[in-house]
Design a protein around this ligand. Sequence first.
Ligand code: PLP
Length: 286
Amino acid sequence: MSYIVYLNGQYLPIEDAKISVLDRGFTFGDGVYEVIPVYKGHIFRMREHLERLNNSLDEVYIDRPYTLEQWQEILCKLVEKNSGKNTGNDLSLYMQVTRGISERDHAIDIATKQTVFAMCRPLPEYDRSAGISAIIEEDIRWKYCHIKAITLLPSVMLRHKARDAGATEAILVKDGYITEGAASNVFIVKNGIVKTPPKDGSLLPGITRDLVVELLTESGIPCEEVAIKETELKQADEIWITSSTWEIVPVISLDNNPVGTGRPGEVWQQASEIYQAFKTDMTNVV
Ligand SMILES: Cc1ncc(COP(=O)(O)O)c(C=O)c1O
């Protein structure tokens, strides 16, 4: 089925959206991206996502193509074209900015205008209460994981390993410490205390992660941003992963061993209810 996408100032049916083979996104993976959930036509945590996008752009020396206001206008129009405000199904909004077109030369001063692309797809529906299984893998990625770069080959390989092992996600370990999932952030619960690794270059500052930390703290559930050893992960009562499309999902099996009771835990249940309440309060979205 055709749908409308945004490409460099135009709204087009997906089959008409074309870019050059010399786009540096294609030849170098030279670009950054965002994924934002859209609930009933409302873009969730848009400002936070756009700020993170700007941060990614700044870090890789790509000029910001639009102001926050311009982005908001473009994205809201795209969502409307794909769903209709207030009536639409839940969507996942993908946006990508590459450095643009140039001869295949690593130097960046020759690139032309940025290529800006955005599309909306139905948000996958998950039965979160079923939980997922995960495997532990060595974090083989680069040192700048706080940048949401489109260059995702290590993550693709890690996710493939997880699938090959019959699991959904790979939880990554660097020098004995947990960083994050292949495409998610990680939380553990031990003796009623929730923990997630602190934000540094080894992980993406997840918008969902930050919101979960904020909501738990507001609700009086102890939550710490601290380094987590691999051994702590293995002995956790609960493990969760978070992302914009997954929200909060309990991991019930790790490397084929049950996590805690082998069922979604009580703290996850509480966190999930708090998150759903926040999400359905439309004053929290655009
Ligand atoms: C590597 C990585 N970490 C964390 C996340 C979660 O971030 P967010 O909650 O902003 O979706 C993602 C999302 O795709 C990701 O790719």
